[in-house]
Design a protein around this ligand. Structure first.
Ligand SMILES: Cc1cc2nc3c(=O)[nH]c(=O)nc-3n(C[C@H](O)[C@H](O)[C@H](O)COP(=O)(O)OP(=O)(O)OC[C@H]3O[C@@H](n4cnc5c(N)ncnc54)[C@H](O)[C@@H]3O)c2cc1C
Length: 402
């Protein structure tokens, strides 16, 4: 089994959208990066896959959108909102190199990002599991303890340890990252994949107490989810997910419910009971968090992957600058861009809306997403170099300050 180097500039735990993207960006900047995940390469994960414009824009800016297309991911030309019987269709306007949306399977997207990290020179491993972080005498995180697939334990040092290890982040727990904001509401979700529906575009259906999304993805499948208050999922739906799914689908999107009533999905029904949104302290001495590890909101607005791709870049830029101030700015920019998204998502996840109060929430959401896209586009505008104050240290392995 290949051993680990003794020291890396950065170690990234978790090799999906947040971690693989961060590792790729750091490696592209010449840093020596270890990216590892306890899961296997290309494994699926719970997700209804929809990327927002910001997420597609990131893939385009990183020259990875072609790989997503080549994998057979269908281009999505429009998004339709169905409020009861009223349909509002919004075409995707070509802008900033994005002329369609895409919703790749995670078995497609996550390996594309990880392969790009490999191509940039990162050391990428599947199977090893983070068991602990290493600290120096001043309590700074200086590395990790990894259990490899053969159960051997390895101590590996790094300039920075980045937790991209998801909702139940071990890194967040080990560094005792404080949660400073929590959502109030959570949704239960049941979803399945349906082949050959021939639907162009993404469809979002709403009726009081229930929401349905239809999201075209690879292999001529559409991911169709039903979202409901978490309590409803736990008190009944989860004991027979298929029956609950079909009933709620017919209630919210009757013609779709009829169309699918005599058909079987191409894969099993999957369920998610819900999880309250959180914003966590996402940097400290020698460590940082990105993706769901640091910031999670309910999947009802289908924004987690797009935010993970956004924050991967914000964090990578801060790590390359190598100062504590840059890391603090990473967190404050993330929060500034996320606050509105977080609040609106929480309100929608509460299902306390009716169709009249939902529309303004969607308009606010759309404005917040535009702000997010503008912030990403602005990253490409050259800025004057900034000199960080003395004492700020880059995380490079050869840095004599370490
Ligand atoms: C039901 C559901 C539907 C969703 N639908 C959408 C959607 O339509 N659109 C959208 O944008 N977002 C959606 N999301 C949210 C989205 O899936 C997440 O925001 C996104 O996956 C976060 O990516 P991540 O890389 O931060 O974490 P994850 O995807 O959770 O990846 C974390 C990785 O860390 C690894 N890991 C964990 N612990 C360790 C350890 N100790 N050692 C080594 N490796 C470890 C795990 O194996 C995992 O591969 C949905 C979420 C759910 C639950």
């Amino acid at each position: 089994m290949k051993t680990f180097d003794e020291r890396y500039d950065a170690i990234v735990v978790g090799a999906r959208c947040a971690g693989a993207a961060t590792a790729m960006l750091l490696a592209r900047q010449g840093m020596r990066v270890l990216l590892f995940d306890r899961d296997r390469r290309g494994a699926d994960t719970l997700s209804t896959l929809a990327l927002m414009r910001a997420g597609v824009l990131q893939l385009h800016r990183w020259q990875l959108l072609d790989a997503v297309r080549r994998a057979g991911t269908p281009a999505i030309p429009s998004t339709s909102f169905v409020y009861g019987d009223e349909v509002i269709t919004v075409p995707i306007k070509p802008r900033d190199g994005v002329d369609a949306l895409f919703s790749p399977r995670r078995t497609v997207l996550d390996p594309i990002l990880a392969d790009a990290a490999v191509a940039a020179g990162a050391d990428v491993r599947y199977g090893p599991r983070l068991v602990d972080v290493l600290r120096d005498a001043s309590d700074r995180v200086v590395g990790v303890v990894i259990e490899d697939r053969d159960r051997s334990l390895h101590q590996v040092n790094a300039g920075i340890v980045i937790g991209a290890d998801g909702l139940r982040s071990t890194v967040a727990r080990q560094v005792e990252a404080a949660t400073y904001r929590q959502g109030r509401h959570k949704c239960g979700v049941v979803y399945a994949f349906w082949r050959g529906l021939g639907n162009a575009g993404t469809w979002w259906h709403y009726r009081p107490g229930v929401s349905v999304g239809v999201i075209p993805t690879n292999d001529d499948d559409s991911c169709i989810f039903v979202a409901m208050p978490s309590a409803q999922f736990s008190n009944g739906i989860q004991t027979d997910m298929e029956a609950g799914y079909r009933r709620l689908l017919s209630e919210c999107a009757p013609s779709l419910g009829r169309e699918l009533s005599s058909r079987a999905p191409s894969e099993r029904f999957r369920g998610f009971p819900g999880w309250l949104g959180h914003m966590r302290q996402s940097h400290g001495p020698g460590w940082a968090l990105v993706g769901d590890a640091g910031y999670f909101k309910d999947p009802i607005t289908a924004h987690g992957i797009s935010d993970a791709l956004r924050d991967a870049e914000l964090l990578a830029r801060a790590v390359v600058q190598g100062s504590d101030r840059a890391l603090a700015e990473y967190q404050s920019t993330r929060d500034e861009l996320s606050r509105e998204l977080f609040e609106i998502t929480d309100a929608i996840a509460g299902f306390e809306w009716d169709l009249d109060t939902l529309k303004p929430l969607h308009l606010r959401l759309s404005r917040a997403m535009n702000t997010e896209v503008e912030a990403l586009v602005a990253l490409d505008v050259p800025r004057p170099a900034r000199s960080d104050p003395p004492g700020d240290r880059p995380f490079l392995a050869g840095d004599p300050a370490r």
